[in-house]
Design a binder for this molecule. Structure first.
Ligand code: UD1
Ligand code: CA
Length: 454
């Protein structure tokens, strides 16, 4: 049985009140359609078809990938019409899985179950018991509990509106039936649309088995029609991430106040304080502590390292037992060897900081390497840019850079060398030497301060 997955994503999403097509609105920093594609790919289908319409170019551009067959549905004539646009090449032995681009939290395990239970012969429906099913199609069953049809809210009788089993819209259709069913749909209903849901009544009529899988919880199959629902999805997603981290052995001081926007790989006994955002790919080794209000994007943090409050780390790699912050900014290409220390109001970029080296206060270190155990004083600036080119600064092992030193790159300060506070260093300082580059102090004795005249 080969799988064809059709993702419906042509709708406008009027209620989002946005110029961005609905399926591009992000959950956890990734377009909703991106989440659905991840789930689809995990099924290893023969082909993924994505039906687009509103904002088609934008959607195609943002999620461009070789494994997607983009299908443009110029006019949105209904979900049945949408699936029909995508289906010229389906074979009898195939199964067609229909997903929605605006239902991003669907888990692969659920989809797998639906696909397996339906197999290549039955129609599979993913339904959910709902607190408030308004807006959803209702699953109509007979006295024996067998599914008879799906009735849309707008076409439902007062009695049918009381049904709490809702249609998620996610469906598995047997390849043998799909063409026939789709061509016999009519638009004779309250919305004048070709409803995909009408295939259920067709299956029943033709004696094709209908298999139902219940979604674990409502949130898994929730769609986003407006920004309130988008926020609900976001919180639901984040709750799941927090849960996963705690299960893996991470202490979260408040599981409601961490946001994961990407992939986080964790060791054990990590502690994360409130309002931490983890983006891209973040690897945290054993015993890492992240204090409150930090943002880490694409970082690897070695075991025992501590990120103090209000720090921002991007594209950085820390060895073991490093200390960063509070209020530090580590930009891409920063690498700290073990036990290195970056203090408050320090910015680094493309910087290799050696083991045990310290940059404790108010500095900018960019395009630089700092040797082991070096001490970079407060207010040190690497002047790495002449307006056109970037140049490198080399600071040797155990060097001592006096406070408020400007290092005009390209320049190097040798092992064990010292620079005098306030120096503008634009020539190399040899190992173990002292570089002084500032005007000599002059004292004028008996200096009379200006006095006020009246
Ligand atoms: C649909 C189902 C309903 C189900 C609900 C779940 C039908 C007729 N109804 O209703 O039973 O409870 O979803 O959310 O299927 N789309 C297209 N092209 C179209 C129409 C829709 O691509 O011509 C896409 C939309 O972008 C959206 C999805 O299909 O992603 C669902 O369409 P929508 O109009 O929201 O369906 P509902 O009326 O909510
Ligand atoms: Ca509709």
């Amino acid at each position: 049985m080969n799988l064809h997955i059709v993702i419906l994503a042509a709708g406008q999403g009027t209620r989002m009140r946005s110029t961005l097509p609905k399926v591009l609105h992000p959950v956890a920093g990734k377009p909703m359609l991106g989440h659905v594609l991840d789930c689809a790919r995990a099924m290893q289908p023969q082909q993924i078809h994505v039906v687009i319409g509103h904002g088609a170019d934008q959607v195609r551009e943002q999620l461009a990938a070789a494994d997607i067959n983009w299908v443009v549905q110029a006019e949105q004539l209904g979900t049945g019409h949408a699936v029909a646009q995508a289906l010229p090449q389906v074979k009898d032995a195939d199964q067609v899985l229909v997903l929605y681009g605006d239902v991003p939290l669907l888990q692969q395990a659920t989809l797998q179950q639906l696909s397996q239970q339906a197999g290549s012969q039955a129609l599979g429906l993913l339904t959910v018991m709902m607190h408030d099913p308004s807006g959803y199609g209702r699953i109509v069953r007979n006295a024996a509990g067998q599914v008879q049809a799906i009735v849309e809210q707008k076409d439902a009788s007062a009695e049918q509106l009381l049904i709490r089993e809702g249609n998620t819209g996610i469906m598995a259709i047997p390849g043998t039936q799909v063409q026939g069913w789709l061509t016999s749909l009519s638009s004779d209903n309250a919305q004048g649309e070709y409803y995909l849901t009408d295939v259920v009544a067709l299956a029943v009529e033709q004696g094709v088995a209908v298999e139902v899988v219940h979604a674990g919880d409502e949130e898994e199959v929730l769609g986003a029609n407006n920004r309130q629902q988008l926020a609900t999805l976001e919180r639901s997603y984040q709750r799941r991430q927090a849960d996963r981290l705690m299960t893996a052995g991470v202490t979260l001081l408040d599981p409601a106040r961490i946001d994961v926007r990407g992939e986080v790989i964790v060791g054990q006994d990590i502690s994360i304080d409130v309002n931490v955002v983890l983006e891209g790919k973040v690897v945290l080794a054993d015993g890492v502590v992240i204090e409150a209000n930090c943002v880490l994007k694409d970082c690897v943090i070695g075991s025992g390292s501590r990120i103090k409050a209000f720090s921002h780390l991007d594209g950085s790699e820390l060895g073991t037992d490093c200390v960063v912050g509070p209020y530090a900014r580590l930009r891409p290409g920063t690498r700290l060897a073990s036990q290195a220390k970056i203090g408050n109001f320090v910015e680094t970029k493309k910087a290799d900081i050696g083991p045990g080296a310290k940059i404790n206060h108010l500095s900018y270190v960019g395009d630089a390497s700092v040797g082991a155990e070096a001490n970079v004083g407060a207010g040190t600036i690497t002047c790495n840019y002449d307006g056109v080119n970037k140049f490198h600064t080399q600071i040797g092992a155990q060097a001592f850079i006096g406070s408020n030193t400007a290092l005009v790159a390209p320049v190097s300060v040798g092992d064990g060398a010292t620079t005098a506070a306030g120096s503008v260093i634009n020539q190399d300082v040899p190992a173990a030497a002292l570089g002084v580059a500032r005007a000599r102090q002059r004292n004028i004795t008996g200096w009379k301060r200006p006095s006020k005249q009246d």
